[in-house]
Design a protein around this ligand. Structure first.
Ligand SMILES: O=P(O)(O)OP(=O)(O)OP(=O)(O)OC[C@H]1O[C@@H](n2cnc3c(O)ncnc32)[C@H](O)[C@@H]1O
Ligand SMILES: [Mg+2]
Length: 175
């Protein structure tokens, strides 16, 4: 089974390898355009980014499945400030399925900086005097003291999006 991922961020590739380990897939990484802003700011924009990445990865690489993973921030009813969200999309070239990852309420100072126009990755690096948090444990790791991390969180989104293909037995019919 060949799974083409629409990103070269190692955290996203790892999320796919870990979540789909059972199938021992060949996972390839492709720098595709998400078609949305570098920092998506709504559920709609985040889902669209995931969908574009999945479709474009499969178009670029071929293979059995295209996977798109996208991070974003959004306002959630009932919660003050902005929250970190993440969505996955999977396509086999015909069908598209979606899954959401965990939602994490962001601290006030992070929300303020996002509202001023900054992106979450650089904000987290600056706040924690670190480099490339978005390519490692992620905000999901930092904000939970490691109870989860970005790969694991993205993996949960992917499980939701990939599951329907497995349930319907499609994956075993592919190469
Ligand atoms: O190379 P790509 O696939 O684009 O990887 P990315 O880390 O930029 O991931 P996204 O575009 O999906 O994320 C959109 C923005 O949100 C940031 N972001 C999302 N999740 C994050 C996390 O867990 N920790 C830090 N930054 C995060 C990220 O750095 C981007 O600025
Ligand atoms: Mg990005």
């Amino acid at each position: 089974m060949h799974v083409a991922v629409g990103s070269t961020n190692p955290v996203k590739v790892r999320a796919v390898e870990q979540t789909l380990e059972r199938f021992q897939p060949a996972v390839t990484a492709h720098a595709v355009d998400s078609g949305v802003a570098e920092q998506p700011r709504s559920i709609d924009e985040t889902v669209t980014g995931a969908q574009n990445r999945a479709r474009r990865a499969l178009e670029t690489a071929g293979g059995d499945y295209g996977v798109g993973l996208e991070g974003g921030v959004a306002r959630i009813d009932g919660i003050d400030g902005l929250s970190l969200i993440m969505w996955a999309a999977v396509t086999d070239g015909t069908r598209l399925e979606y899954g959401g990852g965990p939602t994490l309420s962001l601290p006030d100072d992070v929300t303020r900086r996002l509202e001023a126009g900054d992106e979450l990755g650089p904000i987290m690096d600056d706040r924690h005097d670190a480099d490339d948090i978005a390519k490692g444990e992620g905000a999901a790791g930092v904000l939970t003291a490691g109870l989860t991390n970005r790969s694991q969180a993205l993996g949960e989104a992917l499980a939701g999006a990939f599951g329907p293909f497995v349930v319907d037995g499609i994956s075993t019919e592919h190469r």
